[in-house]
Design a protein around this ligand. Structure first.
Ligand SMILES: *Cc1c(COP(=O)(O)O)cnc(C)c1O
Length: 462
């Protein structure tokens, strides 16, 4: 039998000794397309709204799976350029709606190596060095959360949503029999409610966590085992719940405590702000998200635990990944570090960032964006035609034009989005709609803040 001769040359691979040589000219194309796309966009997001962006994409992708392929360099260039031109780019200081971080160039470069080598974190024979890097770095990060513990641990997740799910799952497994009651704040992240639903738990009871008496009353009337979920850095305002007081009440009632520090967790790196998280180390689990105040490309989530054995409910054996005799013979068993199977070595970019910046370098970035947010709040507070919601705790500033209605305030956001001039979020706080600026860009200058304020003013209906 004859093997049919291939009609196409076999595309080159990214790994091995020759992979980098194949990648180099392609990276050149990617980088040029990123520059061209950003230049064509000319601002924080594409002008013209959803229809204009979709039309450009549809035009390029009229035939997304052609019968015969295109020139690879052109395919790469055209799609990357279209993506860049049509992106909301958090590297632009006027793109400040969400906890949508501008990633560090260093972390992105490290992530390329993860993609090229493609280690998978579900068994040692797919990730020999990556698995050791993950364990070492996650333990160091867990030690930031739990400095007094001898063996704290952190699991790598896709972000706050997965971390919160795991936290509820681990709490449920520690309270067998009666259903676990989740008690959370009124401004708790939506993923906590979805996690309760996913895990078959009763709908969470919400209470005002900034009022310790209210929590005490809620726990007094809540039957059975309870998990209190506090937040260090709410998505809407960046507020931090009074963690130490909550830990006292939770302990008094014998309830478990999870702290969602997806946003505020990296305050741990800042010597001048670490105290805002006092009480964090008393939690049974802590969500961290380094694709927010950690400047990592997605995904970079963690769930920190006070002791490694807290992750035991995730232990699982599959003969093809961690057969007992393989484990007994010394092959590390990685499957119990996640509910996922195939899993990227997302810790690599974080490991590079920690090594390059150190704790002080990261703390400096955290301080810088928090200071910039204070500066923006000052400018809003002094402005005769703008109203400030409150002084920021972290890096979120809520503002609205004095005297504007909720509809007008929401309309300003959409006008700026359609113009492509600024990306602001919206938040409901104190029963009203506010424009939300989340400062995550360490390069944002006072001049850019003035531009932001001028854009809001310029779009305010008179
Ligand atoms: C962003 C955020 C989450 C969700 O994290 P993802 O990374 O988007 O899954 C959860 N909690 C809080 C407080 C957040 O800010």
């Amino acid at each position: 039998m004859r093997t049919p001769s291939p009609r196409h040359p076999t595309p080159r691979l990214a790994g091995g000794t020759t992979g980098p040589g194949a990648l180099r000219p392609l990276l050149d194309i990617v980088l040029r397309a990123l520059e061209d796309g950003a230049e064509a966009r000319g601002g924080p997001l594409p002008a013209g709204g959803p229809e204009a962006v979709a039309a450009r994409v549809r035009d390029l992708l009229r035939d997304p799976l052609p019968a015969h392929g295109h020139d690879p360099g052109h395919a790469l260039r055209d799609l990357v350029r279209t993506l860049a031109e049509g992106s909301a780019d958090p590297a632009d200081p006027l793109c400040a709606a969400h906890l949508h971080t501008p990633p560090l160039a260093l972390a992105v470069a490290a992530d390329l190596a993860a993609a090229a080598l493609n280690p998978s974190m579900d068994s040692w024979d797919q990730a020999p060095a990556a698995s050791e890097i993950e364990q070492t770095v996650t333990r160091a990060l867990a030690a930031q959360v739990y400095p007094a513990r001898p063996d704290p641990e952190a699991l790598v997740t896709t972000g706050g949503t997965e971390s919160n799910q795991l936290a509820l799952l681990l709490a449920r497994e520690r309270a067998p029999g009666t259903p676990l009651r989740v008690v959370c704040g009124t401004d708790t992240h939506h993923s906590v409610h979805r996690a309760a639903w996913l895990l078959g738990l009763p709908a969470p009871v919400t209470t005002a966590l900034d009022d310790p008496d209210a929590l005490h009353r809620t726990l007094t009337v809540t039957p059975g085992p309870a998990l209190v979920v506090a937040t260090a850095g709410t998505t809407d305002t960046g507020r931090i719940d009074p963690l130490a007081a909550i830990a006292d009440i939770t302990a008094h009632h014998g309830a478990a405590l999870h702290v969602d520090a997806a946003y505020g967790g990296p305050l741990l790196f800042s010597d001048s702000r670490r105290h805002l998280l006092d009480g964090l180390d008393r939690a049974d689990s802590v969500t961290l998200d380094l694709h927010k105040l950690g400047w990592q490309p997605v995904a970079a989530g963690l769930l920190a635990l006070p002791t490694a054995d807290r992750a035991a409910p995730l232990a699982h054996t599959a003969d093809y990944l961690n057969a007992t005799d393989d484990t007994d013979a010394g092959l590390p068993d990685l499957l119990g570090r996640s509910l996922r199977t195939t899993r990227r070595p997302d810790i690599l970019k974080t490991a590079v960032t920690l090594r390059a910046l150190g704790r002080s370098g990261l703390g400096d970035l955290v301080d810088r964006v928090c200071t910039t947010a204070q500066d923006l709040a000052d400018r809003v507070a002094k402005h005769p035609r703008l109203e400030l919601y409150e002084r920021p705790t972290l890096s979120t500033v809520l503002l609205r034009p004095t005297g504007a209605t909720d509809e007008q305030t929401a309309g300003i956001r959409r006008t700026l989005l359609t113009e492509g001039t600024a990306v602001l979020g919206r938040a409901r706080a104190g029963g009203r709609v506010w424009l939300k600026a989340t400062v995550l860009n360490p390069h944002t200058t006072p001049e850019r803040l003035d531009t932001l304020i001028a854009l809001v003013e310029g779009s305010t209906p008179r």
